[in-house]
Design a protein around this ligand. Sequence first.
Ligand SMILES: N[C@@H](CCC(=O)N[C@@H](CS)C(=O)NCC(=O)O)C(=O)O
Length: 214
Amino acid sequence: MYQLYYYPNNASLAPHFLLHHMQLDYQLLLVDRKANFHKSPEYIKLNPSGRIPTLIYDGQALFESPAICIHLCESHPQHQLMPEIGDPLRPQFFQWLTYLNNTLQAELMVRYYPHRHTTDQQTVPDVVAAQDLRIAEALEVIDQQLAGKTYLLGEQLSACDYFLFMLALWSTPIERHPMSFNHLGRYLQRLTQLPSIIAVCEIEQIDISPFQVN
Ligand SMILES: N[C@@H](CCC(=O)N[C@@H](CS)C(=O)NCC(=O)O)C(=O)O
């Protein structure tokens, strides 16, 4: 049985999609963010970064959302959410998952916690405005990759798609809405029809209607 420390629409969302897609036996443990449980000694013992998510498996704790996704994909290869060793798409999988986590997600984190990225709190709106441009640049790269493809890697759904859907949800408040990108918009609309996305967003009470155009 897996246990996932989560908070709705946090970085725990991508692992949650995978646990659901793979129909694994898992328990959700809601982190009490208001009480700062993720900074408590009890949680820090599991995840020294004091962040969400943490996955508990075989009595071990694992943090960093993409690491959790890779671990789940490798532990349950029959679900084919990550190309096998030798598959030419495998390096592409690593490239895109890293781009999503290390570029787009990193820029979004600055956008969501702008006060941590300046010593002058009056400049917070400038940090937000600069991040909106950087996030739009990263979404543009992804939009180009999606031209003529059903999923990020081509015709095969992978963990990268669940990860991207999570980050697209986070990108809805930015100046340039994800749906305003041609290929990305159509792709997000398609993903809202995936049963695991529908079910998990219902569980976490996440509104996916911004991606459901008529
Ligand atoms: N690189 C980490 C980032 C995790 C992260 O920053 N999570 C946010 C929620 S989305 C968090 O815990 N924020 C609380 C904080 O930074 O104090 C991952 O991908 O797991």
